[in-house]
Write a protein that binds this ligand. Structure first.
Ligand code: GDP
Length: 449
C-alpha cells in the first residue's frame, strides 16, 4: 500500500538528553534531505547513520545524527528516517514544523504501527503487544508481551483456524463426492469428535488466559477495614513510600487513593478506601459510599482486621459484606498480640508498620490468581481481553456447530457455524477486521508509535 509521508516524535515529552523524530513514507529520504546538511542520504546505503545539521534555509537548528532505513526491511516496511536531535520539546518541535512546511504530515496516534499492520509486516496481536511492552511494569508483563510480539499468539490462532478449515474441508469433500446415501449421518459422526477436540483445546486456552489477563491488567484490589486497623500503613509499607495519609485520628483517609504496585511480579491496582462505618459526617460518608462501591468493583478484597483486639460488630459487618468476594483476611498489628477469634478462615498475620508478613501476603495473592506453571511453560498465553472475548465467541460458534450436528440438522448449518468460528479467530489476528476496530485500536497508542 502507498501512503503519504508522516512524521512524529518517537520519544516522550519533557527534558531529556536526546529526542528521536521518526519519518516514514515514500518521500521521507527526499524530504529530510531538503533540510539536512551532511552527506546525501538519498544516495546512502540502508541502515546507516549520518552526522550533520538540520537547517531552515541555511539557518542551523540543531546538530543531529540521521539514521536511514530503506524499504522494505523497516518497521513500517516503508522508507524510514530517524533524526536523533538534542532533547527538549522546542528543538524537536522546530524540526517537525520544518518537515511539515516541506509537505510531510504529522502522524496520528499509533500510525507507524498501524502502517506496519496494514503493510502486513505484523498482525494485530503483534501490534497490540508493542503497546503492552511499552506499558509493561513487571517482568511477567514484559515476558507475555514479548512472546506475543514474536508471533506466539498469532501462531496459536492460525493453528486453530487450520483445524477448523480441515473440518470444513471434510464436510465439503463429502458434499461434493457423496459415496453413501447416509452421507449427512456419516459426516456428523466424523466431525463431532473433531469439534469436541477443538473445543477442549479452546477451553484450555481460555482457562490459562485467566493468568495471562491478571498479569497484563493487574488485579483491582480494595483494602478495606474499619478505621485505625492500619489500612494506610499497609498501603504505605507495600508501596514503600508515603502516598497515603497515615494518622491516629479515625477516618482520615477520606478520599480514595489509587495506586499501582508490583507485588512479587503481580500488579495490584490498589484503591485505598476510607474506613467503613456508620457516620453522620458528610465528607466521611462520601468516603464510605465509595468504599462500598470499591468492594463491588474490586476483584480482590484485602480485609484488614486488628489482630490485637476481638472482632467488633463493624468487623463482622465487613466480613459479611465481602463474603462473596475473593478476599484475603489480614490480621494486622501482630506485634501487639493475638486476640482475633476467627474460626474456619485463614488469616495472614502481618505488622504493617514493621513490614512483617508481606511476603506471605504476596504468596497468597499469587496462590489465588496466578498459575505459575502456565507462566513457566513457553506456550502462548492469551492476556488481552479483546482476544479472550473473541475466543469466547469462537467457542459459542463451535458449540452451535456441535449442536447442529447432533440435532442432525442439514450439514450446511454446521458449516455456517464453523465458518463463523473461523472468521472470529481471524478478527483476533486482524485478518478479517472492520476499519472501525482498527482505527479505535491504534488510537490508543501514543504519538510516534
Ligand atoms: P487506617 O485508618 O486503617 O488507615 O489506619 P492507619 O494506617 O492510619 O493506622 C492507624 C494507627 O495504627 C496508626 O497509629 C499506625 O501507626 C498504627 N499501626 C498501623 N499498623 C500497625 C502495626 O502493625 N502495629 C502497630 N503497633 N501499630 C500499627
Amino acid at each position: 500500500m502507498i501512503f503519504d509521508t508522516i512524521v512524529a516524535k518517537a520519544t516522550a515529552d519533557g527534558i531529556s538528553a536526546l529526542n528521536i523524530i521518526r519519518v516514514s513514507g515514500d518521500e521521507s529520504f527526499a524530504k529530510v534531505n531538503e533540510i539536512f546538511k551532511g552527506s546525501n542520504i538519498i544516495k546512502a546505503k540502508s541502515h546507516t547513520v549520518h552526522y550533520g545539521h538540520i537547517h531552515n534555509q541555511g539557518e542551523i537548528i540543531d546538530e543531529v545524527m540521521v539514521s536511514i532505513f530503506k524499504s522494505p526491511k523497516t518497521f513500517t516496511t516503508e522508507d524510514i528516517v530517524e533524526i536523533t536531535c538534542h532533547g527538549g520539546n522546542f528543538i524537536a518541535n522546530e524540526i517537525i514544523k520544518l518537515l511539515i512546511s516541506h509537505g510531510v504530515r504529522l502522524a496520528e496516534k499509533g500510525e507507524f504501527t498501524k502502517r506496519a499492520y496494514l503493510n502486513s509486516r505484523i498482525d494485530l496481536t503483534e501490534a497490540e503487544s508493542i503497546m503492552d511492552m511499552v506499558n509493561a511494569k513487571s517482568k511477567n508483563q514484559l515476558k507475555i508481551a514479548n512472546e506475543q510480539l514474536r508471533g506466539n499468539v498469532k501462531n496459536l490462532i492460525e493453528n486453530l483456524q487450520n483445524i477448523i478449515l480441515d473440518i470444513i474441508a471434510n464436510i465439503e469433500v463429502n458434499i461434493d463426492y457423496p459415496e453413501y446415501d447416509d452421507i449427512e449421518e456419516l459426516t456428523t459422526k466424523k466431525i463431532t469428535p473433531k469439534i469436541n477436540e477443538l473445543l477442549s483445546k479452546i477451553n484450555k486456552i481460555i482457562e490459562e488466559s485467566e493468568t495471562g489477563q491478571i498479569i497484563r491488567d493487574g488485579i483491582k484490589t480494595a483494602i478495606v477495614g474499619k478505621p485505625n486497623v492500619g489500612k494506610s500503613s499497609l498501603l504505605n509499607s507495600l508501596l514503600k513510600e508515603e502516598k497515603a495519609i497515615v494518622t491516629d485520628i479515625s477516618g482520615t483517609t477520606r478520599d480514595l487513593i489509587e495506586a499501582e504496585l508490583n507485588l512479587n511480579g503481580v500488579i495490584l491496582k490498589l484503591v485505598d478506601t476510607a474506613g467503613i462505618r456508620s457516620t453522620k459526617d458528610i465528607i466521611e460518608r462520601i468516603g464510605i459510599n465509595k468504599s462500598k462501591k470499591a468492594i463491588l468493583d474490586a476483584d480482590l478484597i484485602l480485609l484488614v482486621l486488628n489482630q490485637s483486639e476481638k472482632l467488633t460488630d463493624l468487623d463482622k459487618e465487613l466480613l459479611d459484606l465481602t463474603l462473596d468476594k475473593e478476599r484475603i483476611l489480614i490480621g494486622n498489628k501482630m506485634d501487639l498480640g493475638n486476640k482475633l477469634d476467627l474460626k474456619d478462615e485463614s488469616v495472614i498475620n502481618i505488622s504493617a508498620i514493621n513490614s512483617q508478613g508481606l511476603d506471605q501476603l504476596a504468596n497468597k495473592v499469587k496462590e489465588l490468581f496466578v498459575n505459575e506453571k502456565i507462566l513457566k511453560n513457553n506456550t502462548a498465553i492469551l492476556s488481552n481481553i479483546r482476544h479472550i472475548g473473541k475466543l469466547q465467541e469462537v467457542k459459542r460458534a463451535l458449540e452451535d456447530a456441535k449442536k447442529a450436528a447432533l440435532d442432525n440438522l442439514p450439514i450446511d448449518f454446521v458449516e455456517i457455524d464453523l465458518r463463523k468460528a473461523w472468521a472470529n479467530l481471524g478478527e483476533i489476528t486482524g485478518q478479517s477486521t472492520s476499519e472501525d476496530l482498527i482505527d479505535n485500536l491504534f488510537s490508543k497508542f501514543c504519538l510516534g508509535k
